[in-house]
Design a protein around this ligand. Structure first.
Ligand code: 5GP
Ligand code: MG
Length: 186
């Protein structure tokens, strides 16, 4: 097994996602006005399961954001901005879906960019929040669960493109990390 510890089993993830879908569904007064924006690539699995469980259909778009190299945040966030998306966001109720709130830099940059496109409102839905002192404090409207500060893989979350297809969430083992020669110095 690539993980030293499982932090959420397939069944626990299903329960979390169902709860979040229930909360979002009951708050969505005007699903037609809502646009879900999914931060790629880590949030794809979570968002697919979540959106499937909503009791109404909502328009969904994807945005690519990256800040991690192997197991560390580079501190620099790159967002692939899409001109078509700017027009879609204007005047809409946005539901931003991401995988992890870690330093908060990625969510902060995404929210800043979405806000510059003049939406009517923005809400955030995040599967995991790391229990660390965030660099940017972000309001999370719908949170799956809090986790300790470890590098997590599975359920869409990767390590260099690997382990996204694990059906559970787990802490990547030291053995695998050392095999990849991950150093703290970058
Ligand atoms: P932040 O900008 O908040 O530091 O990091 C957010 C992004 O970094 C997440 O959306 C995710 O893509 C990546 N990330 C942060 N922590 C982890 C982790 O433990 N595992 C994986 N696979 N990605 C992470
Ligand atoms: Mg991400």
């Amino acid at each position: 097994m690539p993980c030293s510890k499982i932090i959420a089993t397939e069944q626990q993830l299903e329960e979390i996602v169902s709860r979040l879908a229930g909360e979002i569904s009951s708050d969505l007064l005007h699903p037609d006005h809502c646009l879900a924006i999914v931060a790629l690539e880590g949030a794809q699995t979570f968002a697919t399961d979540l959106l499937e469980k909503l009791d109404c259909s909502i328009e969904t778009k994807y945005i690519k954001a990256a800040s991690y190299r192997q197991t560390h945040s580079t501190g620099k966030v790159t967002i692939q901005k899409d001109n078509m998306l700017i027009q879609k966001i204007c005047g809409r109720d946005i539901l931003l879906i991401d995988d992890i709130y870690d330093t908060g830099l990625t969510l902060c940059e995404l929210l800043k960019w979405i806000d510059s496109c003049q939406p009517k409102s923005i809400r955030t839905c995040v599967l995991l929040e790391k229990q660390i002192e965030h660099i940017q404090n972000i309001r999370i409207d719908y949170l799956g669960m809090k986790v300790e500060d470890n590098f997590v893989v599975g359920y869409g979350l990767d390590f260099d493109g690997q382990f996204r297809n694990l059906p559970y969430l787990g802490i990547l083992s030291e053995e695998i990390l050392s095999r990849y020669n991950v150093s703290d110095n970058f």
